[in-house]
Design a protein around this ligand. Structure first.
Ligand code: CO
Length: 496
């Protein structure tokens, strides 16, 4: 039975997927295309859509017969899908990072990857090579005139927003020191302090961790200008992939995790494979006041957070003295050990992400936690106009079964206030990427708009862009992509 493209408003239909079809998405991107018009395979493209969906993700997974150990080590490849009067134009290009160019020339990996990819020659050849390979593969954002490919441990690469050509490493007009870390998870404040901003951070970690919190103007001639900048130092090692904002706070979750660099230094493991969770130890919330908020200039506040590991937050908001933070929790830090092949992973052996809401009481210093759903999920977002404010709805990618781990095959819309949900199942042979919710510019209804999602059809071996109605996840259009793209990481819609 196939159940391709089914919207189910009540409950999950479990897919019997084949791991081979899931894994077949992992291959090198072989072409770079410019301005190819996409053909509709189903439905109609909404005529209200004007703008570009930019996405980033690993595009180079193998060189000279050697595979990356983890797809997160693959070099960044940007796709741009532009909408203009129902016409849809596709382009894609690798980010010309220093390492990508050198490895293209060499025809093999000459750098180690953070997630365990090794150079040829075993530990002896890898030991003491502690260079960071900036692969610019995690997110792509527009800031002022610049299109930036982001990777959290180093500075961004600047790209031409029209033709995706790499201009080079960017220090954002002198704001960043050479090579300074710049998060891949900026948050776009829709106007908590009058005009919209981009809030982001860089972290320098060790026995103590220093967070640099930066706020940028995003509109008009001032777009890209730094308007606020502060640094705070905390005790302990921090692995901070994402954060959340409210009008008054930037919220970081310091996972209870330790870094033992010895196996990395001696060439046995990648740096991220040396992260070990501290079982039964609480994480911490680090709340840093935003400069335009009520607590501007005050010291950060620190609270105990629940046990578990978080990569991604969905949203945060304030209600009086309370702050609510919705995040995807794993029981433990998911890792792929040195002797495992990521294409063969056993979903049942790794923890799944589950959506939880923490309530922080600023006065009483307590944190309460509530599980919003048991269903395995990742890549969640609220309507971007509700970022940092109370949002009723979230959209996310989920596995098809109601509990336990599995590949992401569905898009789910969840009412965060009462748990009502609806699904779009991409089909038993299909697997989804991060969904992007795009509000309808003509209304202010929170769930009026579209959800874009790139799917991999493992039976036909093609990628398609599905456009769903945000309200009920009904399929509105499908367009086939002219190239094959491995599962990606993050992206953004840029209105034109
Ligand atoms: Co991320």
């Amino acid at each position: 039975m196939t159940n391709s493209g089914v919207t189910n408003n009540q409950k999950t239909t479990s897919n019997s997927y084949q791991k081979k079809e899931w894994a077949s998405a992992y291959k090198n991107v072989e072409n770079e295309l410019a301005n190819v018009e996409l053909k509709l395979s189903k439905g109609k493209v909404p005529k209200e859509l004007f703008g570009t969906l930019y996405r980033n993700g690993p595009g180079q997974l193998e060189r000279g017969g050697k595979w990356v150990h983890h797809p997160f080590d693959g070099d960044g490849m940007i796709t741009a899908i532009s909408f203009n009067n129902s016409k849809v134009i596709f382009s894609n290009k690798f980010v010309r990072t220093k390492a990508w160019k050198e490895e293209q020339e060499a025809g093999e990996f000459i750098y180690r990857g953070v997630f365990g990819t090794q150079k040829k020659g075993g530990a002896i050849k890898n030991a003491f090579d502690l260079r960071l390979k900036n692969i610019a593969n995690t997110n792509v954002i527009k800031l002022g005139d610049e299109l930036l490919a982001l990777w959290e441990a180093a500075s961004p690469y600047s790209l031409d927003p029209e033709n995706l050509e790499t201009k080079g490493l960017s220090n954002l007009r002198g704001i960043l020191r050479d090579g300074e870390a710049f998060s891949a998870h900026p948050r776009f404040d829709p106007g908590h302090h009058n005009s919209p901003r981009m809030v982001t951070f860089g972290v320098n970690t060790g026995p103590k961790s220093t967070i640099r919190l930066m706020e940028f103007a995003t509109q008009g001639k001032k777009g890209g200008t730094l308007i606020s900048d502060r640094k705070d130092t905390f005790n302990g090692f921090a692995f901070l992939h994402d954060f959340a904002i409210t009008p008054n706070w930037s919220i970081f979750l310091q996972n209870a995790i330790d870094f033992n660099p010895i196996p990395f230094i001696f060439g046995f493991r990648g740096a991220a494979q040396c992260l070990k969770s501290k079982p039964n130890e609480l994480s911490k919330f680090w709340l840093i006041p935003r400069d335009s908020g009520r607590f501007s200039g005050e010291q950060p506040r620190i609270f105990d957070a629940p046990i578990g590991f978080v990569f991604h937050h969905i949203n945060a908001w304030e209600l009086g003295k309370k702050i609510f933070v919705e995040s995807i929790y794993y029981d433990d830090f998911p890792t792929i050990n040195p002797n495992e092949d990521f294409r063969e992973i056993n979903f049942n052996s790794i923890p799944e992400g589950r959506l939880k809401r923490c309530e922080i009481n600023l006065d009483e210093g307590i944190v309460k936690v509530e599980e919003l759903s048991k269903q395995c999920c990742e890549f969640g977002m609220v309507n971007p106009d509700r970022q940092g404010l109370h949002a009723k709805y979230a959209w996310m990618a989920t596995a098809t079964q109601e509990e336990g781990n599995g590949p992401l095959q569905m898009i789910k819309k969840l009412d965060l206030t009462n748990g009502t949900k609806c699904f779009w199942n991409s089909g038993q042979h299909c697997f989804v990427n991060e969904p992007t919710m795009i509000p309808n510019p003509n209304t202010s209804d929170e769930d009026d708009g579209w959800v874009f999602v790139i799917i991999w059809d493992g039976q036909r071996e093609v990628n398609e862009l599905a456009i769903l109605k945000a309200k009920d996840l009904e399929l509105e259009a499908k367009l086939e992509l002219p190239i094959k793209i491995p599962y990606g990481l993050h992206g953004n819609w840029v209105r034109s």
